[in-house]
Design a protein around this ligand. Structure first.
Ligand code: PMV
Length: 361
């Protein structure tokens, strides 16, 4: 598929007013996306587990504009309060997707959004937030054009979400989502995420992710700045090649359920992501001392007890502790006994693999 497939088809129906509500999950990448080309095209393919508990719920209300204004018209409420500081991000998103949703200037919108995870927990809400908004806009398009089928609906929602925030395209449908063109995954695309189309060992269908909130404040360097620093990065090309190889290796691991190989690959991906930050120009560090303490504790526990428990990191200091359902009790006990002490105010979130976004209304 190409961008042209997502251009809006002229329809006779126009909508007067109404609203849609979608709940979209967050996701955690196993093979990381870091570095992008123009128009939010990823420099390498990535794959993520869809989360369940960490999600954004968005209600989009729309009313046909009486007199045509020239700009976009929208109000934004975050957790019940008007939040003008989020508006520039939505404005940019609307500008990027207007070609594909040409009706955007014809409506007054109200966007009401809230997260299931605590405010400023250091968990990125851009993936779930952009996914939820893209899905609401797709519901509008489908209302105008009921012939749209589910497969196209999800692809276009992912395509639009990607234009808001790259990783958001992996928060639409499926519990394991792949994004970025690669020979290893049939029908993979740089334009949208796809529900991973191959067999997956039962262990990975119920995997747990306990998110340790090490640092709840604002990140010192945003993801967009980090992605940009991959241009002219001395190790970028090798990193992109490595991501392709890791995706290929992971394909086998996902079938076999080889947890040792899984943990090795996932931890290496997390540390490589941060190694790219450490070796950018200018360089930066998003990990905190507690992040490293937690990593060392996990390694020590794994060596001592042979429990298949590992970590991954996002672009931040928080640690995602990953383990299969079958060791849930032992893992939670270990987390409580040894890791919670490193979390800000002892806070953590118990999450696991989820199934994707849901329309609520
Ligand atoms: O979606 P963005 O532009 O915020 O980038 C996120 C990149 C990582 O979360 C660090 C990795 C990934 O693949 O999700």
């Amino acid at each position: 598929m190409t961008e042209n497939d997502f251009v809006f088809k002229k329809v006779a129906t126009t909508l007067k007013d109404g609203q849609f509500t979608w709940k979209a999950p967050s996701n955690i990448a196993l093979v990381k996306y870091w570095g992008k080309k123009e128009n939010q095209i990823p420099a390498n393919p990535s794959i993520s587990l869809t989360l369940d508990a960490c999600a954004t719920t968005t209600t989009l209300s729309y009313r046909k504009r009486e007199s045509g204004g020239s700009g976009f018209s929208f109000e934004l409420f975050f957790e019940g309060k008007q939040k003008d500081s989020f508006k520039p991000k939505i404005q940019t998103f609307f500008e990027r997707v207007e070609t594909y949703l040409p009706f955007l200037r014809s409506y007054d919108f109200k966007i009401e959004t809230s997260n299931s995870f605590p405010h400023s927990s250091g968990i990125a809400s851009s993936a779930s937030g952009m996914a939820a908004l893209a899905l609401c806009l797709m519901s509008m398009e489908k209302q105008m054009n009921p012939a749209i089928e589910d497969t196209y609906f999800n692809k276009k929602a992912s395509f639009l979400a990607r234009l808001g925030s790259g990783s958001a395209c992996r928060s639409i449908a499926g519990s394991l989502v792949q994004w970025g063109g690669t020979d290893v995954v049939e029908s993979s695309s740089n334009l949208f995420g796809i529900d991973y189309p191959y067999d997956v060992h039962a262990d990975f269908k119920t995997y747990h992710d306990t998110i340790l909130l090490v640092h709840k404040g604002q990140k010192t360097v945003s993801s967009s700045v980090g992605h940009n620093l991959m241009h002219n990065h001395p190790f970028a090309e090798n990193r992109f090649v490595q991501a392709h190889h890791n995706l290929e290796k992971l394909k086998g691991i996902l079938v076999s359920g080889d947890l040792d190989a899984f943990m090795g690959l996932v931890e290496s991906e997390a540390l490589t992501l941060h190694a790219m930050m450490l070796s950018s120009n200018p360089y930066f560090i998003l990990m905190k001392p507690q992040t490293l303490e937690i990593i060392n504790r996990i390694w020590d526990f794994r060596n001592r007890t042979k429990t298949p428990i590992c970590f991954t990191l996002d672009a931040g200091a928080n640690v995602h502790v990953l383990y299969p359902e079958k060791v849930k009790e032992i893992a939670i006990q270990f987390i409580k006994d040894e890791l919670i002490a490193y979390c800000e105010n002892g806070h953590y979130i118990c999450d696991k693999v989820g199934a994707g976004a849901k329309r609520l209304r």
